[in-house]
Design a protein around this ligand. Structure first.
Ligand code: FE2
Length: 608
């Protein structure tokens, strides 16, 4: 009996093994997750995807849909695939396909592209999409947002935490994030830069096994996309054009000012020279929605800690905008600074600008940061309403908030164009419920010196629209040629910002315009002689050309034009020291200079 049982067990094991081997040889893998895009830089992109069976990995890519000829293969047999493409060009769209070494699993299509980042520091018009607490499976906010932006590309997708409800398990990411009816299409073309929320850690620290979040996402730990190495995927920074983004873990790591995250944050921001800095993380410093930032107790204790320990570091280093989730509402502050207390401790002096900042219906918030960027004001937004909305806490609305709503689902569009930032809360109906604009270092006074008849090109200190006075045009720059000195002004349409241009006009035949106005003017012959009078033959005249042209030959002529000294330079230079060879009589002399085969004369005086 025992012998018979053993036979059946062995037979069953062999059959099962054979069946598995045959299946893996015969099955064509299916992509069950992704592809999705990670750590985009100016010359690299990471593609990740999951297959239902182990297989090798292959990516094809190219700059047009008909030239997807570049290939990268990884021979390892995997279900979770990751390939980094390098040597890409900045600010360039690439089409791609996904597959194995033997077959294509995802063919090319018009919308299946990624775009590399611009070279760090480059100004441009960039768009970012911030979604908070979105991982519920309800994606109506996505529909509203995509309808609003139309065919415009999104340069970065900012996830504010609680990305997959209710526990951040891999299976929940699968159904609420990667499924075709959630974000699969957008994940193929927009680079995701996530922050973790408490639900990504199952509301439980320590989390065992480690949260799926850290396996699913490949995030910069070494400053791969700009910023300082954090050494962890939990918090990190990156650059996009002229913007520095800071992403924090407001839940699973200590939030004290001497803890590693705050120390890294301080160092990262101290090294940051970007024109704009945007920080985002899950727990908001100010909220009266489904969470209460006045509450220091369980489930809300992170909020005052963030406000008291992290916000001062951000404001000391000139952070412009902070975006959070966690509270399932929309809240957006005035331009504020130095507010680290509870809702009852807000004082008027902490509000740098008490208007809406809603442009163009009102004036934008303006910041002057060229000399010192610290404490010039920050706008705080809570966008925890991308997947659900909720009740409000006692004291709603929080007094620091200009705009608030706890009914509308939506997400935030952040557009940066040079020194102008526009942020809008876009509802699931594609309506703009709220928005604010920040303009930096605009409103300049500039002086331009021209000669009569020359043009002066005037450019405003902010991106258009602009109105020129007294010219009357609305072009993004003005070319003027006034007959006499004139002052011009550039205004935005609401007269919120004003540039002043003083154009000083020098008539021709008045220095310095008379020289350049001469028909045979040659800049090579611009020469200085110093001093022009000496009292001792051992003193030297220093002769130097402005243009760097070489002085080939020098004679000293007396008043009658007779050469008394001759100097020939075997190695012509643009600077010479000339002495009288013999002591002359007091009087006027001339230096005769040959430069570029042309002759000029300079008067000198010997007066013993
Ligand atoms: Fe949360």
């Amino acid at each position: 009996m025992r012998c018979k049982l053993f036979f059946f067990l062995v037979y069953g094991w062999v059959c099962n093994l054979f069946a598995q081997t045959s299946a893996s040889n015969l099955l064509i893998p299916n992509i069950v997750r992704g592809p999705y895009l990670q750590i985009g830089t100016a010359n690299s992109m990471i593609l990740k995807w999951r297959t239902d069976v182990n297989c090798d990995s292959k990516v094809w890519y190219g700059t047009s849909i008909s030239t997807i000829t570049n290939q990268i293969t990884n021979a390892s047999l995997l279900t979770d695939h990751e390939i980094k493409i390098t040597n890409l060009n900045p600010s360039t769209f690439y089409y791609y396909m996904i597959g194995t070494s033997s077959t294509t699993l995802l063919t090319a299509s018009a919308g299946q592209t990624f775009k590399t980042s611009p070279v760090i520091g480059t100004k441009g018009k960039y768009r970012f999409w911030a979604v908070g607490d979105a991982g519920t499976g309800n994606v109506t906010e996505k529909t509203g947002f995509l309808n609003y932006i139309g065919s415009n590309h999104i340069d970065g997708w900012l996830w504010l935490g609680d990305n997959a409800y209710n526990s951040g398990f891999d299976s929940e990411y699968q159904t609420s994030v990667f499924a075709n009816n959630t974000y699969a299409t957008e994940l193929k073309k927009f680079v995701v830069w996530p922050a973790p929320g408490n639900h990504d850690y199952n509301n439980n620290i320590p989390f065992s096994p480690p949260p799926a979040y850290l396996d699913i996402f490949t995030l910069p730990t070494l400053g791969e996309a700009g910023g300082l190495s954090s050494g962890t995927e939990k918090y990190y920074s990156y650059n996009y054009g002229n913007i520095h983004f800071v992403v924090l873990d407001s839940y699973s790591v200590p939030r004290g000012v001497t803890d590693p995250m705050a120390v890294w944050l301080q160092n990262d921001l101290a090294a940051n020279n970007a024109a704009w800095t945007i920080a985002y993380f899950h727990h908001p410093p100010y909220t009266k929605g489904t969470h209460d930032s006045d509450n220091p107790n369980f489930l809300d204790g992170e909020l005052p800690e963030i406000r008291q320990n992290i916000i001062p570091i951000l404001e000391n280093n000139g952070v412009d905008v902070v975006i959070n989730g966690h509270s399932h509402v929309y809240e957006r502050s005035f331009l504020v600074d130095g507010y680290y207390g509870t809702s009852s401790q807000l004082s008027p002096s902490m509000i740098k600008n008490n208007t809406s900042g809603n442009y163009p219906s009102s004036c934008p918030y303006q910041k002057q940061t060229l000399i010192n960027k610290a404490h010039k004001g920050t706008v705080y937004a809570v966008v925890g309403c991308s997947g659900q909305t909720g009740v409000t806490a006692s004291g709603w609305p929080h007094p620091v908030m200009y705009s608030y709503n706890n009914i509308l689902l939506g997400s935030m569009l952040v557009e940066v164009n040079d020194n102008r930032l526009d942020a809008k809360f876009i509802t699931s109906n594609s309506a703009v419920y709220d928005g604010f604009t920040i303009v930096k270092n605009a409103g300049k006074k500039t002086t331009v010196n021209i000669c009569q008849g020359q043009n002066a090109v005037l450019k405003p200190s902010w991106p258009e629209p602009v109105y020129w006075f007294p010219i009357g045009t609305t072009l993004d720059s003005a070319i003027v040629s006034p007959p006499f000195s004139t002052t011009y002004f550039a205004y935005d349409p609401n007269s919120c910002i004003k540039d002043t241009f003083v154009v000083n006009v020098t008539p021709n035949n008045v220095p310095p315009c008379n020289i350049t106005a001469l028909p045979n003017y040659d800049p090579a012959l611009e020469v200085s002689v110093y001093p022009t009078m000496i009292r001792n033959k051992n003193e030297a005249f220093t002769i130097r050309t402005f243009s760097g042209a070489k002085i080939e030959h020098v004679k000293v002529l007396d008043i009658q034009g007779i050469a008394i000294d001759i100097y020939s330079n075997e190695q012509p230079m643009n600077e010479l020291n000339i002495y009288f060879k013999n002591e002359p009589q007091n009087g006027t002399y001339f230096l005769e200079l040959i430069i570029d085969n042309k002759m000029i004369h300079k008067k000198i005086i010997f007066n013993k």
